[in-house]
Design a protein around this ligand. Structure first.
Ligand code: IVH
Length: 697
């Protein structure tokens, strides 16, 4: 889809429009089609190529301009307008619809012999000495089928029973890597059915599960369940939030009238899908001759499995030539021209030996299942969180049960299910404690929550966990302190609370075994250095409920001094990015506590930074009032990071090239902005490295 000319022309058009918008000019109605094309181009750069050319805010400006034109001229809204993804109404039910071609399953193979056997049959049937194969990942998600008619996406369906599935078009439209229209007609194709897999990346899955746990809900066992659950959600807006990705790997049907065949091999069909803007496994595929090469490739790929951002559970080997595929045909269950090669399972069964209850820094009591140690996906698992009482009930867990566990790649292992049919009567129900296992005070559960909490703020477990969190890598990053030392110092009475970190008696520490001069020097230096950590790290380190790193950054940026939060209302807080009702309540609650305020004042007296230094550097920043614009693809920084860096040093970001611009920072494939800047003598044109040097100065 992209060549340099096309890219440059889109970039020039974007710049032109952005400049107009900056000057409060309107984009004329007759430019609406171009505006839509520009937005689709940038969506493709962002969602398929992972290589955006404009900032999120520039995209939003263009998007809002289109929305504005459309609200003035609703009759001109087309179904494939980028604005038509969002805003679909709630799904009442999902209608059952017939697939154009049944969605068959795949035959499975587990080793080289299985593949050799399959290849032998295909060679016998086709009477060919060697067969060309196309190999691609077997995406582990939820399968879907899409139908495009006259270039428009008209339907998205789940697999269902293979013959008919559920119409989930509204939800499918929320997945931004799926184009709402694609120029199939250029290839004479009037109707086409494409199959693929919806996946949730490992990173999104981890984040999603963390948010479920934070809300006291049960996490999901694996990204596959998360993807398939997402597709059947009632509210399409919720689907949009799930960060789903779509891989399209199979053209199952197309109608092309009298036109020539658009492709004659599977690999070419993947190339064409990619050209048309789909996320096909165009880059991941490999075409090879003969089964020996297949065997080598699938084994090599298995070794890379964990480096992928999404889960795959094997490889799919397909006969590349379509004419040969037709000749080989299919059974009622699977095509004879394709086979799945399954990787080693990441599931295992083991015994649930008992449950321990741990108290976290927020007082939440988490049951942790102790398991008979078992190998899953290369690691030994011997304990696993079972989250809360509700989860234990849902999964029907009892001590002594055989349980199926799964470790999806680098994702934390989860229990998939118990196996009650294997019980022999010796199993024991899991009793949730009524009292805190550490301080013995009574546990409480808030209405609508699944989590039991110890609300004694002096509970040793909580205090210790709070200190451990405070010193941790993403918070104040006090290296060489670590969890073990916190526990040791706490238990010896050398450390009682967070401010206590800055008052540790190192003479006593020096008398302990394993603490020589060098380790004490390192520790004191790390503690001292932490006093200069930026405000957001301190905020994150305080462990306020629902305040993760991103929220901590937004909070830090919104004040001059940390104690300013003591005067803010919940409503004030809700105005901030990333802060909803629940988060605002929690922050407000934290800063309403006299004890907490006293602790913060003590930290300030001890020399910690409670001032928003970012704002300070802006005032004294070396780039004060200099204007910056970034263009082209940067190699070391994301566009948004580079912009933030310039701002942190006092610079301002501008939207277009004009005599007001001081620095144009150019990356690869810089287009019209660079050309324009060359004509204005006062603009300094610098590279990314020169920009980084400038910041250092
Ligand atoms: S081809 C008619 N290719 O695996 C053959 N399937 O276990 C159509 N899957 O139902 C399927 N990645 O949901 C194909 N690259 C890939 C795949 C793939 C994942 C899924 C698909 C299929 C299941 C069979």
């Amino acid at each position: 889809m992209d060549n340099n000319k096309v890219i440059q022309s889109f970039q020039q058009d974007s710049d032109r429009f952005l400049e107009k918008l900056k000057g409060n000019e309107e984009i004329p109605v007759n430019k609406m089609d171009l505006l839509k094309k520009i937005l689709r181009f940038h969506e493709h750069r962002y969602y398929i190529l992972n290589n955006p050319l404009i900032s999120d805010s520039e995209y939003d400006q263009l998007y809002n301009a289109l929305k504005k034109i459309e609200s003035a001229h609703p009759e001109l809204i087309t179904p494939d307008s980028p604005t038509q993804r969002v805003g679909s109404s709630i799904n009442k039910s999902f209608e059952t619809v017939q697939h154009l071609v049944p969605m068959l399953s795949l035959e499975n193979s587990y080793n080289a012999d299985d593949l050799i056997d399959w290849d032998r049959k295909a060679k016998e049937q086709s009477k060919l000495p060697v067969i060309e194969y196309c190999i691609e990942p077997k995406f582990d998600g939820a399968s879907i089928s899409l139908i495009y008619e006259n270039d428009l996406l008209v339907r998205g369906t789940t697999r269902g029973d293979g013959v008919a599935g559920e119409d989930i078009t509204n939800n499918i439209k929320q997945i931004r890597s799926i184009p709402l229209s694609a120029p199939f007609s250029k290839y004479g194709i009037q109707q086409i059915e494409i199959r693929g897999e919806i996946v949730m990346t490992k990173a999104s899955f981890t984040k999603y599960n963390e948010s479920l746990i934070a809300q006291g809900l049960s996490p999901l066992a694996n990204p596959r369940n998360a993807a398939s659950g997402s597709l059947r959600m009632k509210d399409p807006k919720e689907v949009a939030k799930r960060n789903l990705e779509a891989f399209l790997y199979h053209v199952s049907f197309y109608h092309k009238g009298d036109n020539d065949e658009p492709f004659t091999t599977h690999s070419n069909s993947l190339n064409l899908l990619w050209e048309l803007g789909f996320r096909s496994p165009q880059k991941e595929k490999q075409v090879v001759q003969g089964i020996e090469e297949v065997i080598k490739h699938v084994h090599d790929f298995e070794l890379m499995r964990d480096t992928l951002p999404y889960e795959i559970d094997g490889m799919v080997v397909k006969v590349n030539d379509f004419a040969l595929q037709d000749k080989l045909g299919m059974t009622t269950h699977h095509p004879r021209w394709a086979i799945a090669f399954k990787f080693k399972a990441r599931q295992a069964t083991t015994k649930l030996l008992g449950v321990e209850f741990q108290v976290g820094r927020t007082g939440a009591v988490t049951p942790v299942a102790k398991l008979s140690p078992v190998q899953v996906g290369g690691v030994t698992v011997s304990s696993i969180s079972v989250h809360n009482e509700e989860y234990i009930r849902e999964k029907d867990l009892q001590i002594g049960d055989t349980v199926l566990i799964e470790r999806a790649g680098d994702v934390i292992p989860q229990i998939v299910k118990s196996q009650p049919e294997l019980r022999d009567g010796s199993e024991v129900a899991i009793q949730f404690p009524k009292q805190c296992p550490v301080c013995k005070s009574e546990l409480f559960k808030e209405e609508g929550e699944a989590v039991w909490r110890c609300i004694n703020i002096e509970c040793e477990a909580q205090v210790m966990e709070k200190i451990i969190h405070f010193v941790s890598k993403d918070a104040m990053d006090i290296k060489s302190m670590g969890e073990a030392n916190v526990r040791k110092f706490y238990e010896m009475g050398l450390l009682e609370d967070i401010p206590g970190i800055y008052n540790i008696n190192f003479e006593t520490v020096g008398t302990l075994e394993g603490f020589g001069k060098k380790s004490i020097d390192n520790l004191t230096a790390a503690i001292e250095a932490s006093k200069q950590q930026p405000l957001y790290r301190l905020i994150y380190g305080l462990g306020i409920r629902f305040v993760g790193e991103t929220t901590a950054k937004a909070l830090a940026n919104s004040v001059e001094h940390l104690l300013d939060f003591a005067t803010k209302t919940e409503e004030d807080l809700q105005q901030l990015d990333d802060v909803g009702v629940k988060v605002a309540k929690s922050i407000h609650h934290f800063f309403s506590s006299e004890q907490n305020i006293a602790m913060l004042k003590e930290l300030e007296t001890l020399g910690l930074q409670l001032v928003n230094t970012k704002k300070e550097t802006v005032v004294s920043g070396g780039l004060l009032n200099q204007t910056f614009l970034f263009t082209g693809t940067l190699s070391q920084l994301k566009r948004s990071e580079a912009e933030a860096l310039a701002e942190q040093h006092g610079g301002k970001i501008v939207g277009g090239v004009s005599s007001k611009l001081n620095y144009l920072v150019v990356g690869e494939d810089a287009g019209s902005k660079l050309e324009k800047a060359k004509k204005i003598n006062t603009i300094k044109i610098i590279t990314e490295n020169e920009f980084l040097e400038l910041i250092k100065e």
